[in-house]
Design a binder for this molecule. Structure first.
Ligand code: TYD
Length: 206
């Protein structure tokens, strides 16, 4: 199933999805659009996931896969969730969604569990996949000072390879109804934004 007003931005850490979400907010405002991210900032599952990501709470990789899926379920179906907003005609932009689990958790606990846990969630209308090498993306993150458990070059290389597989598999499913747009995320924020904006104009007539 496709959520027609749902748009997802994905890529390895440091790919620049959060910067683009900010730019979208500046351009589109909040009257007819909603901006969100996973792990969900305001949910208890999201807060717990942040403690796991910082390394404060060590868990088995499978446990993280379950928690990301639980957080996603609330993000979609909870009060003021994406499904409700989508049905009201509000454009919902999410920085990360199930593709993150299919890439990151596949890299930590194999493909089967994340696939199973995410198999029933709806797909977005558009997936923007930010392509960048881990070397370039990590150089951006290191500038921020705080690093999380996944922010290491070897791990991100593995994750990037998983992302490529995941995105290719969805691209092949032409009947899924989801448009996949690949973006060269090594370009400047303005150049990346113009690709996103053009796609939104074509899809939604903005
Ligand atoms: P990120 O999106 O980079 O947020 P911030 O910039 O605020 O740290 O961090 C979220 C991390 O969580 C990132 O390393 C990817 C990871 N993640 C998963 O492993 N699986 C998931 O399903 C999601 C949504 C995120």
């Amino acid at each position: 199933m496709i959520l027609q007003n749902f748009i997802v931005l994905e890529g390895i850490d440091g790919a620049g999805t959060s910067t683009q979400l900010k730019k979208l907010k500046e351009k589109l405002g909040t009257t007819r659009a909603f901006y969100t991210a996973e792990p969900v900032e305001t949910s208890e599952t999201g807060k717990f996931l942040r403690r796991i990501l910082s390394g404060e709470v060590p868990v088995h990789p499978g446990t993280a896969a379950f928690l990301f899926a639980a957080d996603r379920n609330e993000h979609l179906y909870g009060k003021d969730g994406i499904v409700q907003k989508d049905s009201e005609g509000i454009l919902c932009f999410s920085d990360r969604y199930l593709f993150s689990s299919l890439a990151y958790q596949a890299a930590t606990c194999g493909e089967d569990l994340p696939r199973l846990l995410n198999s029933t969630f709806p797909l977005p209308r558009i997936l923007f996949f930010f392509k960048i090498t881990p070397e370039v993306s990590l150089a951006r993150i290191t500038g921020r000072g705080v690093t999380e458990i996944y922010e290491k070059v070897d791990f991100l290389k593995k994750t990037e390879a998983e992302y490529e597989k995941v995105v290719a598999s969805f691209r092949e499913k032409a009947d899924s109804g989801m448009t996949v747009v690949e973006i060269d995320a090594s370009k400047s924020p303005d150049e990346v934004f113009s690709v996103i904006w053009k796609t939104l104009q074509e899809t939604y007539g903005l």
